[in-house]
Design a protein around this ligand. Structure first.
Ligand SMILES: NC(=O)c1ccc[n+]([C@@H]2O[C@H](COP(=O)([O-])OP(=O)(O)OC[C@H]3O[C@@H](n4cnc5c(N)ncnc54)[C@H](O)[C@@H]3O)[C@@H](O)[C@H]2O)c1
Length: 354
């Protein structure tokens, strides 16, 4: 029987509530499809930081590397600056394993109410592809006159031809694979950012010329924000830089009804290193510890992980089970207007997996 070794970082806040539920669903899918999952739990995050002064140990990357994939909850704690948690755990993993494609599907499930009035179930169905290793999050810069009145901060974005080319190509390949609208939307800001975004546009157009069967559009990031609200049905694959798509994918998450439904994958498409799968949401300290967090984003991220690991049928079954739970509308956490607990929603998914 095939065994997948999965590194698990539940992390902080609601991460520790959703990950155990995601593991239950993955095990159930494995039982049905003849594989097992060997979970290796790493208790890294805020508690590790309070104890040892760092979010994960020095050899963390070496410990993760032999695993087939990484399953992550969320990191973030009200008493630790967000740049410490992000730069101490998430970003180093994404960079060390060259997980350059951050894939964030936005699908409005039938039975779920979008905060937008018009779209009904199935009307919103697109994927945000975010460049995940460079751009605005490259962490190049520094302080001058730090902590003095004349303090200066310099933060440099890094856009490489290689980095743009490979993420844009990934987006076009995904549009072909999805076989829906066969359209790629590029997010730019070349009117104001006359170097980095001009290179982005140039490379986008070069790659687009190699995919004549895929239609394209280029939107300034501000216009894209507007059009995610005005015409979300028109998108298929949306590709953009680290910062732009970080922001836009929160927008795409909320128009599908809840942050609690937004799954994501941090992929090394070349499969040299483990890829990482996590809900888009953070540690949600406002609801942590109450047993009310929506586990579906984490469960759907688990499905993306199985798909990546070569178990697409098991992945599809999980997605179908989630769709059924949402269509029934009986088991729902409060973010979707229900009263069910995290565990009750998971039970409903497990019931449909049998
Ligand atoms: N990938 C990550 O680990 C990640 C991502 C975003 C934010 N963060 C961190 O998380 C902390 C909180 O950040 P935030 O409040 O801006 O974002 P958040 O995503 O944690 O929460 C935003 C809002 O959405 C709600 N929400 C989020 N997920 C939900 C779910 N599954 N079910 C029901 N409601 C849900 C929360 O209750 C909150 O009101 C910060 O420390 C931040 O740095 C981490």
């Amino acid at each position: 029987m095939k065994t997948f070794t999965i590194a698990v970082i539940a992390g902080d806040g609601v991460g520790t509530e959703v990950i155990p539920q995601g593991k239950r669903v993955l095990q159930a899918a494995g039982r049905r499809h003849g594989f097992t999952l060997a979970f290796q739990d790493f208790e890294w995050g805020a508690e590790h930081y309070f104890r040892w002064g760092r979010m994960m140990p020095a050899g963390a990357i070496d410990l993760l590397q032999p695993c087939d994939a990484i399953y992550l909850g969320a990191v973030g704690h009200p008493e630790i600056p967000d740049h410490t948690t992000l730069n101490g755990l998430l970003l180093p993993i994404r960079r060390a394993f060259d997980q350059y494609a951050n894939v964030r599907p936005a699908y409005l499930y039938p039975g779920v109410q979008s905060p937008l009035v018009r779209p009904k179930g199935g009307d919103i169905d697109f994927v945000v592809v975010r460049e995940n290793t460079e751009g605005e999050y490259a962490q190049v810069g520094g302080f001058l006159y730090h902590h003095q009145p004349e303090e200066v901060a310099i933060q440099t974005s890094v856009f490489t031809r290689r980095g743009i080319e490979r993420i844009v190509r990934f987006a076009f390949d995904l549009a072909v694979k999805r076989d829906r609208k066969k359209k790629v939307t590029s997010i730019t800001k070349s009117n104001a950012q006359g170097y980095s975004m001009v290179l982005w546009d140039t490379v986008f157009n070069e790659v687009a010329a190699q995919y004549p069967q895929v239609s394209t559009e280029s939107l300034l990031v501000d216009a894209a924000a507007m059009n995610f609200i005005r015409r979300p049905e028109s998108f298929d694959v949306v590709v953009g830089s680290n910062l732009f798509c970080d922001i836009l994918s929160d927008l795409s998450a909320i128009i599908i009804g809840s942050m609690g439904l937004a799954a994501s994958a941090n992929l090394d498409p070349l499969r040299r290193f483990p890829s990482m799968f996590e809900p888009v949401h953070g540690s949600a300290p406002d609801i942590a510890g109450k047993g009310l967090v929506n586990p579906l984003a984490t469960i759907l991220s688990g499905a993306m992980m199985l798909d990546h690991l070569g178990a697409p049928q098991a992945a599809a079954e999980i997605e179908t089970a989630v769709a059924k739970v949402l269509a029934e509308g009986t088991a729902r956490t409060p973010d979707l207007g229900g009263k069910s607990s995290t565990e009750e929603v998971t039970e409903a998914v497990l019931k449909h997996l049998q």
